[in-house]
Design a protein around this ligand. Structure first.
Ligand code: SF4
Ligand code: SF4
Length: 354
């Protein structure tokens, strides 16, 4: 495989196409070695289901799922030690996630920064990331809450995938993003054909029109340009906007739990069957006790301080340490917040002159 000067690999092959029925055939084959999950329609939402249920309900295109992708790699609750000895990662098949959207792939970059490390990495996360397969897909629609382009993300995958699918002509134009993806295609060549010019043109047309739709949302909400976000959040450290915006927060933590980049966790011990099990569960920086220390002091004892901390972490801390904004513009926190706190509105207010 040829390499460019940066070491990135390029896959010099003709653009491929797979019919919808052949894709499900491929997923049946992959089910032999992977736990395959496909986005499906669930009422008004799109949620991942185990492959094997009704194929009519599968939604490969459209927009991001209800739940964040992190749920497959960084489990909501996991046993990590028994009687103070580390528990090995579960021995089940790695995940193959189908229809992953571009915003969630950006979320994985943040989680990789936190959990992938030879010395201090998370074994379950690393195992799922290295052995798993990602078959991503272009968005073919945008939700009202989508603002990925404002965070520098296009509504089609450009990195971090093994195979990408772009809906066209009752099937999908196929792009390969890794050696793993190339092998899957080499092992099942009969299911693929060369993409036609019309199919490729249809893909480009869809990409342009979805991007325009999202950019219109972004303009309507006055979201400041991505390059200014770090400065805007820093400059407003003492702003009243934090307390104004936190006024309707009920401290439920939904914004953290639903976010594809939030990764804080809590460890607790539980006695069961005569042994002591240690569990790791997702935590939320919006909850009062999150930052409480021994002795009872709490550096963020006011709700507005916790809201400010959430924004600081996403728009100031992560760009400083990882050169990445820890927001993907997926809009899940907007949809989930019972207090109707809208991250787009907070950013617009912070950037407006006062
Ligand atoms: S989802 Fe809304 S109400 Fe719940 S903690 Fe987050 S900001 Fe507060
Ligand atoms: S902060 Fe909100 S919009 Fe940004 S990635 Fe998290 S859930 Fe999505």
């Amino acid at each position: 495989m040829p390499l460019d000067k940066t070491g990135l690999k390029f896959y010099f092959i003709a653009m491929l196409y797979i019919k919808r029925g052949n894709l499900f055939q491929l997923l049946k084959f992959l089910s032999g070695g992977y736990r395959v999950f496909v986005p499906s329609r669930k009422g008004d939402n799109i949620a991942f289901t185990a492959f094997g249920e009704s194929e009519e309900d599968y939604v490969i295109g459209e927009f991001r799922s209800f739940e964040p992708l992190k749920a497959f790699y960084f489990l909501g609750r996991e046993k990590v030690a028994v009687d103070f000895s580390p528990e090995n990662p579960r021995n089940d098949n790695p995940p193959c996630i189908v229809g992953v959207k571009s915003c969630d792939l950006k979320g994985l970059k943040i989680l990789d920064f936190v959990f992938m490390d030879d010395e201090y990495g998370d074994p379950t996360y690393m195992k799922a990331r290295t052995a798993g397969l990602i078959i991503s897909a272009d968005c073919t629609k945008a939700a009202e809450t989508c603002f990925c382009t404002a965070m520098g993300v296009n509504p089609w995958p450009e990195q971090e995938y093994d195979i990408n699918l772009s809906e066209a002509d009752k099937g999908f134009v196929v792009e390969i993003g890794s050696d793993k993806g190339q092998k899957v295609i080499d092992d099942h060549t009969a299911l693929f054909q060369e993409a036609t010019e019309d199919q490729i043109h249809s893909r480009e047309h869809n990409r342009t029109s979805v991007k325009q739709h999202i950019e219109k949302n972004v303009r309507k909400k006055n979201i400041p340009p991505v390059k200014r976000l770090q400065r805007i959040v820093r400059k407003n450290f003492e702003s009243d906007i934090w307390s104004e915006e936190a006024a309707t927060c009920v401290e439920c933590g939904a914004c953290n739990v639903i976010c594809p980049t939030c990764h804080c966790f809590l460890l607790y011990d539980q006695k069961s069957d005569g042994s002591l099990a240690r569990y790791r569960i997702w935590d939320s920086c919006m909850i009062k006790d999150f930052a409480r220390v021994a002795g009872g002091e709490n550096p963020r004892n006011r709700l507005w301080m916790r809201l400010r901390n959430r924004f600081e972490k996403k728009f100031d801390y992560f760009p400083s340490v990882a050169d990445e904004i820890a927001c993907t513009g997926c809009g899940r926190c907007i949809a989930a917040c019972p207090g109707k706190i809208d991250i787009r509105q907070v950013l617009a207010k912070l950037s407006a002159p006062r």
